[in-house]
Write a protein that binds this ligand. Sequence first.
Ligand code: AMP
Length: 480
Amino acid sequence: MIKLTQLIQCKHRRMITIYNTLTKTKEPLVPRNNKKIKMFVCGPTVYDYIHIGNARTFVFFDVVTKYLGSQGYEVDYIQNITDIDDKIINKANQENKPWKEVADFYFEEFKKDMVALGVTAPKYIRATDHIEEVKKQVKTLISKKHVYLIENDGWYFDLKTFPEYGKLSGRSAGMAEADDAVSRIDESDKKRNKGDFCVWKLANKSEIGFWEDEELGYGRPGWHIEDTAITEHYFGPQYDIHGGGQDLIFPHHEAEITQQESASGLKPFVKYWLHVAFLVNKDKKMSKSKSNFTTAHELLEKYPKEVLRFYLLSGHYRQPLEFSEKLLNQSAAAMQRIKEFLNKITLSEKEDKYENPITESINKTKDDFKIAMNDDFNTPRAIAEIFGLIRGINSLRGIKSLPQKASDEIIKFFDDIDAILGIIPTEQKEIPVEVQELVNKREKSREEKNYDEADKIRAQINDLGYEVEDTIYGPLVVKK
Ligand code: AMP
């Protein structure tokens, strides 16, 4: 007899649960408005190419949107583009170009990288298209006495007026320092509290990249207010999901809560906060400021998008992911394995006879894939389920011949997976049949622990101009 706890567990596994940084627990996803979800993710500052660490965050939220879509949710996903900032102005000065030209160029490059990575879910919103909304929010905060003026400097948020400051990050108003995310323009010895942050930065009229305003003065949005001005405009004062990299929890997201809940008086500003752990290079966060980064652009020249997405999704989003050639090669090997499997399915002779075990294993994999994704978007487990299916079907009968219906079901399942994860190879370079046969023969020798024979076959593969590297997803074959 099934016990009650098992039934509850079963039901629970069918619900989507997500880890909420605000409550520090995994919670069932219950959107504010039935199946409609409003989601905002912090986008790039467009003064350079994005690196693969940034891409980790953007690919993850692309998958979140597509998975939720596959489960019947309608996700309105927007991402801001910071197209005015000191970094953009510095770059423009270095290159002797107007700042807008620099921002436009890197925004276009960013969009190209996103398309090349198969990131198609978000709508991009440029900060400079919403300066009026920023001014409006600053004025609301002034009228509610949350913001004060430091002459010739800027308008600052007074943290004493928002006692809940720190509820997301667990930090207090006195602690302004934060790892890599130290506020860029919030330095002033005239601030009332150490953590007070600037919402409108003043400048003199000879400086570029600022906007006129009679009440506020000639200035520019502070770091945090562009996001709340944008989301208030598109979503209203409260919405469902806010995402970004872990570096933004403090002070950026803490400040967003402070601004928006003070401006509207409504709580919570955002129901679920999701943060992606860092992509690290030798244990250090990959970051433009540390110059330890590799751009998505460079990697896209070397690897197909499916390999990069597979690599980025091969670790759980709340765990750090190491940047390493070994992991990238493992991902490339995984792609070859999937491609080889799908080729076999397509080429197999089709029988009329229908066999249940294949349908059963596909259905079980579909279920397990869903259970994994429902569990806080556990992409590595979801991927492991796909490889479980490949192993299972391969061992079932060597798939020389297959019932037509089973073959159709397998192809359909992989198409559905691809629409969410985007990891199924389309244009993998073909390995010649002769080489592939040798690789398979070598695998068999290795399984039989006949390593001398395996080495001889490796030499034959080399003679044909190919190299083979063994990874956890099987052999990776590359042209020398
Ligand atoms: P930035 O242009 O630095 O503001 O970053 C754009 C987005 O990428 C933000 O959501 C960051 O939190 C995220 N991000 C930056 N560096 C990393 C990293 N090393 N790993 C994962 N996400 C990152």
